[in-house]
Design a protein around this ligand. Structure first.
Ligand SMILES: Cc1ncc(COP(=O)(O)O)c(C=O)c1O
Length: 400
């Protein structure tokens, strides 16, 4: 029995076609794109094709709006630091409490060195952005608004295009961390107010260590890495040709599979969620029931320890996650679930199941079959469960 891999928001398996496409760039086509000779020309052509493939998936107007990077983290850092350098007279940033650490830690650093005041906008118990607080934070002092397109833990989708329009009204630059959204939801940047967008190869069946930052033509921009003239001077360093070729094809394939993501994968996710909610008492789904990534289910099991659930699932041949991969191993409940005000007793026992086009029905059925027994066993050992008041056990969030 192979392990059911249900942790695709942490990383995805590289598509075999993608592996095949990148291999020649380690062997025969090993050239440096900056070289004048034939070896360089081969790579230059391949990079051009990859840039077009990424442009197409994002619905961007020009291929040169795509800047290749080493992944989501570099794209996020570049976007934030660029905005602060481009708008030196502005000293505020607007972001949310539920962003990935790749955004939050850069914002916290800018606060610490006194460069920016940061507004961390809250969310409701479904992870939806507090629009009133967002509007109130916008002013001509804001250099950058940076908000994620879709949340990596709950899958909740923010109404990004509308939020970007509001940011434009005060002359702020707008960046979105779309690492979890690209390839799962349709994106069309051409007519949007979005200045910058981050994406990462390994979340869409491409390799790790490669990604891109979209920078709208005409938007102000300063590079993070300086050196050679690669990427039109916007990101120095010899291009990661195998990775970029792989990212290009991964984006093309993601475009082809998008419909499947929203039908077959979504149906499997719904089956998993409904099956578990029906079979296990005192559990509920985290995240927006409507505006949510089609592959993500985050389920809170009250009065049980998430890490213990994961260990038992692992033994039963199921790989899942108790939040973002970066925080697993820590006993602190996730900052995303805390921002959503999920009761401590439920946030601690929240498990994320994230599917992909590789997921098959048998894997979902295995979860539905083994999870009720695991939870029952763990609750029998839990002093919290034994001592829980009936009203607390009956807690259910209300969707307004
Ligand atoms: C929302 C989000 N942003 C950024 C990142 C970081 O991307 P990378 O691993 O490519 O640096 C991740 C990865 O987990 C993510 O989920």
């Amino acid at each position: 029995m192979s392990t059911a891999y249900l942790d695709n928001n942490a990383t995805t398996k590289v598509d075999p076609q993608v592996v095949e496409a990148m291999l020649p760039f380690f062997t025969e086509q090993f050239g440096n794109a900056s070289s004048i000779h034939e070896f360089g020309a081969q790579v230059t052509g391949a990079l051009r094709k990859a840039r077009k493939q990424v442009q197409t998936l994002l619905g961007a107007e020009f291929d040169h709006e795509i800047v290749f990077t080493s992944g989501g983290t570099e794209s996020d850092s570049t976007a934030i630091l660029s905005a602060m350098e481009c708008l030196p007279d502005r000293d505020e940033i607007v972001t949310s409490k539920v962003e990935h650490p790749a955004i939050l830690s850069v914002c916290q650093h800018l606060e610490k060195i006194g460069r920016a005041k940061v507004h961390y906008i809250g969310v409701d118990s479904f992870g939806r952005l507090d629009l009133e607080a967002f509007r109130a934070a916008l002013s001509p002092r804001v250099a950058l608004v940076t908000l994620m397109w879709a949340n990596n833990e709950t899958g909740t989708i923010f109404p990004i295009e509308g939020l970007a329009d509001l940011a434009k009204e005060v002359g702020a630059l707008f960046h979105t961390d779309a690492v979890q959204a690209v390839g799962k939801v349709p994106i069309s940047l051409k007519d949007s107010s979005i200045d910058m967008l981050s994406l990462s190869g390994h979340k869409l069946h491409g390799p790790k260590g490669v990604g891109a930052l979209y920078v709208k033509r005409g938007s102000r921009f300063k590079p993070l890495l300086r050196g050679g003239h690669q990427e039109r001077g916007r990101r120095a360093g010899t291009e990661n040709a195998p990775g970029i070729v792989a990212l290009g094809l991964a984006c093309e394939l993601a475009g082809q599979h998008m419909a499947e993501e929203n039908t077959r994968v979504k149906a499997l996710r719904d089956k998993l969620e409904k099956g578990v909610l029906a079979a296990v008492p005192n559990c509920f789904a985290n995240g927006d029931p409507h505006d949510r990534l089609p592959n993500t289910a985050n389920i809170a099991f009250e009065y049980v320890e998430g890490e213990a659930i994961l260990l038992h699932l692992n033994r039963a041949g199921i790989a899942a996650s108790s939040g973002s991969a970066c925080t697993s191993g820590s006993l602190e409940p996730s900052h995303v679930l805390r921002a959503m005000n999920i009761p401590f007793t439920a946030a601690h026992g929240s498990i994320r199941f994230s599917l992909s086009r590789d997921t098959v029905e048998e894997e979902v059925e295995r979860v539905i079959q083994v999870l009720p027994g695991i939870i029952e066993k763990l609750r029998a050992l839990s002093p919290f469960w034994a001592g829980a008041q009936k009203e607390a056990r009956d807690f259910k969030p209300v969707y307004a």
